[in-house]
Each structure stands twice: as structure tokens, then as C-alpha cells.
Design a protein around this ligand. Sequence first.
Ligand SMILES: C[S@@+](CC[C@H](N)C(=O)[O-])C[C@H]1O[C@@H](n2cnc3c(N)ncnc32)[C@H](O)[C@@H]1O
Length: 328
Amino acid sequence: MQPTDALSDWPEWLTDWPMELAQSRFSAENHGDYPRWQAAIDAMPTAAQLSVGLPQLAAGAVGCSLGISENDSSGSTDAELLIKLEASLQALHPWRKGPFQFGSIFIDTEWRSDWKWNRLADAVGSLADQRILDIGSGNGYFGWRMLGAGAESVVGIDPTLVFCMQHRAVQCLLRHPNHWVLPLGIEEIPSTHAFDWVLSMGVLYHRKDPQEHIRQMYALTEAGGKCVMETLVVDGPASLYPEGRYARMRNISVIPSLAELQQWLVQAGYTNPQLIDLTPTTTEEQRSTPWMRFESLDKALDATNPSRTMEGWPAPLRAIIVAEKCSA
Ligand SMILES: C[S@@+](CC[C@H](N)C(=O)[O-])C[C@H]1O[C@@H](n2cnc3c(N)ncnc32)[C@H](O)[C@@H]1O
């Protein structure tokens, strides 16, 4: 069930993006696990063996129904094909964003990303004919939900290769011609192409210069377009610059206050920043599962006081802000 050349091709209209660089990252030179991941994808049941139902993009779990293809001459049973598929998908551990459902295989990801989508969906509304850029897309879960809301195309960028491989595996099943996840960082793409919507969810606090990150987003937003900024925030007047780790994460540069975050968006040029959601992250929303077997949020909180991280900082609180870029 390997992707066709057309599906693995890059979006042609992103003419001056560094596509050769992106392509070169799908290699053992870039990541020692790449051959193992690609072998797992190559071992997925073929299109001749599995018949794949229409993509289900509107429900919480993105996926499709599966059955044995009428053309299958291998003599495999339904159960054997599903075991083979599940083994391939498990080889792409850790699955952080989802969930996904392929036939009877339920990928119970670390995050209930469907909960975040539910908080966002009304503010986004119909995405008919919209071109989307999802910065830090992970495996592209939100891209599928946005295609389900009518988006014309979704380009995700994420430098973590295993998430790009997960997207590749999902694409083998869902086969959408206008959904890509490229192994690139925001700092590597030019701002010569603008998108109707630019999303940055869970990325800002990893950036050394968060204001520069927002300026890049603004440059990538079409006049008359919108951005979604989702990030950890602190509930108080002052932004937090954690020394050392935050909730066991090493690379957290800043957790802004809501006021400062809104100010940064306006300083970059956006107008009308609207807070559409403010929710503490719970250990029901982010947790270890059979598809993400590493430790998760519960181990990053103070065992005696879960309103604090184990380092003593306020526990994770996440905001979603939607802002606009004026028409030219
Ligand atoms: C906390 S996850 C958020 C994933 C998803 N957007 C969500 O909201 O659930 C942050 C993602 O940002 C990616 N990332 C880190 N640095 C990045 C950069 N410079 N450009 C784009 N993505 C980046 C990471 O690989 C990771 O997948």
C-alpha cells in the first residue's frame, strides 16, 4: 500500500521552498532509524490485498474502514492483514497526536488531539477553498481534521522525522493528494508564499525568539487571512522564562502571559487577537498509552500538588488565540 509518486510528490506551487533539503532528510544519513521506519511502511499490506474505505475526517478518530480486497490472491485472512498493518504502524512509535482508527486498529495516541480540535473547530468554521500552513504539525492529525472542514490543501512542516513517517504511513491508507508533512523547520522556509490560515500549535515556547516566530507567521499569512496561535501560557501578569526544565522539557524558552502574547501578535501586525480557549492540560488529555509507551504528563507534575510541575512551576495551561491579517 505504498504511496504513489503523485502522493509523495511535493506541492508544486511551493516553487522556492527547499524541497531537495526536505527530500534529503528521508535518509539514513539524516536519521539512523529511517531504514527501519521505511521498511515498516513497505511491509504494510498492499492495495491489492486491502480494500480501503473513504477517509473519515470529521469524527474524533481519523481513519477509514478496511476489508480484504476482492483482488487479493494471497490467501491472507482479514486478521492476518490487520496484524501485519498493526505491526507496521507500531514500528513508528511513539504516536503522540491523534487518535486514528483503521478498521479495528485504534491508535490511542498520547494526546487526545481531538479535544484540542473541538475547542478550535467553531472558531475555524468552514475552511472551504482555504490553503493552510500548519507549523509543527506533528504527524498531520490536525491537517486531516482541517481537510474534513473543507480545506483545499494543508502543508504541515515538522523537523521530527518519525512524525513525517507516520504521516507517510497514514497517507498510504487515506491517499489525499493535497496533504503533505515536510521535514522542515519554520526557520527553513521562505515567506514568499502566503496561506489563508497559518497555525502554530505547541511550538512558540520551543522557539528561542518567540516574537520572531510570530513575525514569520505573519509574513506567511495571506492578506485577509488568519492565524491560530496555541501555546502554553501563564495565568498572571508576567511571562515565565523557566531556568532549567519545565515539566521535564529541556527546550522551553518562554511561557508568555496572555497579555504579552496578544501584544506580540499585534506588534507583528495581526489585528483583533481573540482568546477562544484557555484550558489546563490534564492527565486524561495527555497520557502514556500502548501507542506511546514513554512517560507522560503525570510524571512531570508534582505528585503531591498537581497544580505545579515537578520543578515547582505552574502546571500546563494552554491558550488558543485566533488573529487576523488585514486585507491589503
Ligand atoms: C508540542 S508538539 C505540537 C504538535 C501539534 N501542533 C499539536 O498542537 O499537538 C511541537 C511540534 O513542533 C515541532 N517543532 C519543533 N521545532 C520546530 C520548528 N523549528 N519548526 C517547526 N516545527 C517545529 C516538533 O517536532 C513537534 O512535533
